[in-house]
Design a protein around this ligand. Structure first.
Ligand code: MRU
Length: 349
């Protein structure tokens, strides 16, 4: 399985996803600021992977803060800086806040900063390990609801590369393959940064899972012509009513799936739910530089004078979602009630 990141001798080693599929290079992060840059420029990306990287960044921040007179105050400033790297994926603040809250609690119990940092390290490693376990659980629940001879369309990359391993949407696809249910995966290219073509197709090919690349504009026609019988995608933030933010283009895929009577599923862990938001209207949507649309790497692909609009995510309304596959099971409508139940279940852990 592809390794997105590893924690080695107090350093975070990240696979540089901007170079895939042509080159496999790793980045060594010894400072939380380097992790912040990696998140910002998408060297590490995908909501759960961003969350795990942020957890390790907080360990690095903790080490730095342990040399400051106000340990908690200094750590809080670094936490606040870290979570501005990307606004939509809620896993970033979920993980950073989790580590900060632990540090604050232990500090109130008079534990010394150095010992607190070692507790932070244990928690970051736990977040990493549990992510893979959650993905496997999601895979099992998801594979059960996929049709036999599944022909699945997916968008962006919600795979091993977007998580600590196995993947959310691609975890469901992997599990369907393991139980002999998978016929074909259609992977949207995912403009403008090609996560579908560069990353999803790459990791499925590595695992000998049949994958066909299409451009984003081909999704509706492919549904009509190629017997797609379900759509599974990941998520960056899910509101309390089930409205889901995911990579730009997901909303269009959901509309096309509805028009063709194809079930559209989200696969995401509980850490991707933002229970504080009533609906998708409140989800912050990252807007990136227009250059990403007018250029691919150094190649100019549009007139420099042209204006751009480059939202990185869109929100799919819950009415278009057949189910949200989580590590606890599949959540279905009525979403407000069932997401409340999920929150209660997750609280018990
Ligand atoms: O901009 P990216 O590549 O971070 O966007 C990633 C996605 O939209 C994924 O679908 C989402 O984070 C889920 S990853 C399991």
């Amino acid at each position: 399985m592809i390794e997105t990141m590893r924690w080695e001798n107090g350093k975070l080693i990240l696979l540089d996803q901007t170079k895939l599929p042509l080159t496999t290079e790793f980045i060594t992060c010894e400072d939380y600021r380097r992790v912040r840059v990696a998140i910002k420029i998408l060297e590490v990306r995908g909501a759960p992977a961003i969350g795990a990287a942020a957890a390790f960044a907080m360990v690095l921040a903790g080490k730095e803060a342990s040399n400051r007179p106000d340990f908690v105050g200094a750590l809080d400033k670094m936490r606040a800086d870290l979570i501005t790297a990307r606004p939509t994926a809620v896993n970033l603040e979920w993980a950073a806040n989790k580590l900060f809250n632990l540090a604050k609690k232990l500090n109130e119990q008079d534990m010394r900063p150095r010992e607190i940092v070692s507790e932070l390290e244990k928690l970051a490693v736990k977040i990493y390990d549990e992510d893979i376990k959650k993905n496997k659980a999601m895979g099992k629940f998801g594979a059960e609801i996929l049709p036999d001879e599944a022909i699945v369309l997916t968008h962006c990359n919600a795979g091993a590369l977007a998580t600590c391993g196995y993947g959310t949407a691609l975890g469901v696809i992997r599990a369907a393959k393991e139980c002999g249910k998978l016929k074909m995966v259609y992977s949207d290219e995912t403009r403008p940064l090609l996560q579908g073509a560069r990353l999803t197709a790459y990791e499925l090919c590595e695992d000998d899972i049949p994958v066909t690349c299409i451009t984003d504009g081909m999704a509706a026609w492919t549904m009509k012509k190629k017997g797609i019988n379900c759509v599974v995608v990941g998520a960056d933030r899910i509101a309390s009513n089930g409205d889901t933010a995911n990579k730009i283009g997901t909303y269009g895929v959901a509309l096309a799936a509805r028009a063709h009577n194809i079930p559209f599923y989200i696969a995401a862990p509980v850490s991707t739910f933002d229970f504080s938001l009533a609906s998708g209207e409140e989800i912050p949507i990252e807007e990136r530089k227009g250059e990403e649309i007018k250029k691919f790497r150094s190649e100019i692909t549009a007139p420099t004078k042209a204006l751009t609009f480059n939202p990185s995510f869109d929100v799919t309304p819950h009415e278009l979602i057949a189910g949200i596959i989580t590590e606890y099971g599949v959540v279905r409508a009525p979403y407000i009630d069932n997401i409340k139940k999920l929150q209660e279940l997750a609280k018990e852990e």
